[in-house]
Design a protein around this ligand. Structure first.
Ligand code: ATP
Length: 355
């Protein structure tokens, strides 16, 4: 019997369903090349659209069914026009991260073609490569009290940067483990010069670093990292940071490789894994057929890698190679990269490259 992997598909809102359709197309194409793995896909309605239908963006019964899956493939969720009374948008994707304890937010940043980057001298023959991974702590940090009920009518609000020993240890370990499989360098990004919570994070990073003597380390303040990501992104391998800093730096990092449509992600814990493009719902381009599906397709590859079966690992490599071959041709560009390739055409090109 071939192993059967059950995958929950959560298209969500805005461009989410459009890019997920291409991710699923590529998953089905790679499945035909794998002699030893099959995928059962089960769709679920979650997001701002689900809130408008049922009054709950993430119904508890749906979350229970999602928990039954081996992996979760997610598009994007939330719409600016659909908000809670407090004024914030629906973010069931963050709720899922917290409820499934997906502490390890993995954000790979890789430049596929020099024309995709706004930076000069990157990619291409003789240019610097951009190839690093941001590890973002997903379950605490500056997001930790976002759902804490607040008295109304106050003339102030606060958010707390909460770093626990357990939270910092496990995310730093995840970063060092990844560095071992890569170029053996790990950078801590913090604000330890100003915030006691960040000084505590640094203390724990230093403790964990001693468990990995072959991995070299450095420590960079988050404001300096915003500068270095533009000036010398080639000098980083794995970096680890708290939730909000990781959120912001992920978008900046996506910008240097072509934009949000190029940046995949995995949010993983001990048991569950959610794989999704780093971008949001991009409502202004939804329904136009121009969204870039590469981030989602690369997230499918991350999902296959995480499933960690010899055949799914092979599938992940096949997808990454197919993406690299398609993007090696600078004519293969969606609108965000300055080209004319549509969302579905890009999915088709990658399926053809796989075949
Ligand atoms: P969120 O707060 O939900 O993370 P965001 O504020 O980061 O969302 P996005 O929806 O990610 O916003 O969009 C940021 C910009 O990137 C927008 O200009 C959007 O049109 C563009 N964008 C995002 N994803 C894609 C994509 N797949 N293809 C093309 N453009 C995209």
């Amino acid at each position: 019997m071939l192993p059967l992997f059950k995958v929950a598909i959560l298209g969500g809102d805005g461009i989410g369903p459009e890019v997920i359709a291409e991710g699923v197309k590529v998953l089905r194409a790679v499945e035909t090349l794998l002699s030893g793995a099959r995928f059962e896909l089960v769709e679920h309605s979650v997001g701002a659209g689900e809130f408008l239908r049922s009054g709950d963006p993430l119904p508890p019964a749906t979350l229970e069914r999602i928990r039954e899956a081996d992996a979760i493939l997610l598009g994007a969720m939330g719409l600016p026009s659909v908000r809670w009374p407090s004024g914030v948008e629906m973010t069931p994707q963050i709720d899922i991260r917290e409820q499934l304890d997906l502490f390890n937010g993995v954000r790979p940043i890789r430049l596929f073609h020099e024309t995709h980057s706004p930076l000069k001298g990157y990619g291409g023959a003789g240019g610097h490569p951009i190839d690093f991974v941001i590890i973002r702590e997903n379950c605490e940090g500056l997001f930790s009290e976002r759902r804490t009920p607040r008295p109304s009518g106050r003339d102030f609000e606060t958010d707390t940067m909460k770093i626990t020993r357990r939270g910092a240890e496990r995310v730093c370990r995840a970063a060092f483990q990844l560095a071992l499989k890569r170029r053996q360098h790990c950078t801590l990004v913090d604000k330890a010069n100003v915030l006691p919570s960040m000084a505590f994070f640094r203390k724990i990073f230093d403790e964990i670093a001693r468990e990995y003597p072959t991995v070299t380390t450095d420590r960079v303040y988050v404001d300096a990292m915003a500068l270095f990501l533009v000036q010398r992104p080639e000098s980083f391998d794995v970096m680890v940071t708290e939730n909000m800093f990781g959120d912001i730096l992920s978008d900046l990092a996506a910008g240097i490789i072509g934009g949000m449509g190029m940046a995949p992600s995995a949010d993983v814990g001990e048991t569950y894994g959610v794989f999704q493009p780093s971008h949001g719902t991009a409502p202004t381009i939804a329904g136009k057929g121009i969204a870039n599906p590469i981030a989602t397709i690369l997230s499918v590859a991350m999902m296959l890698e995480w499933l960690d079966d010899p055949e799914t690992l092979r599938g992940a490599r096949l997808i990454r190679d197919a993406v690299a071959r398609v993007l090696a041709n600078p004519d293969h560009c969606t609108a965000d990269l300055g080209g004319k390739t549509s969302t579905t055409q890009m999915g088709d090109l990658i399926c053809q490259a796989l075949a």
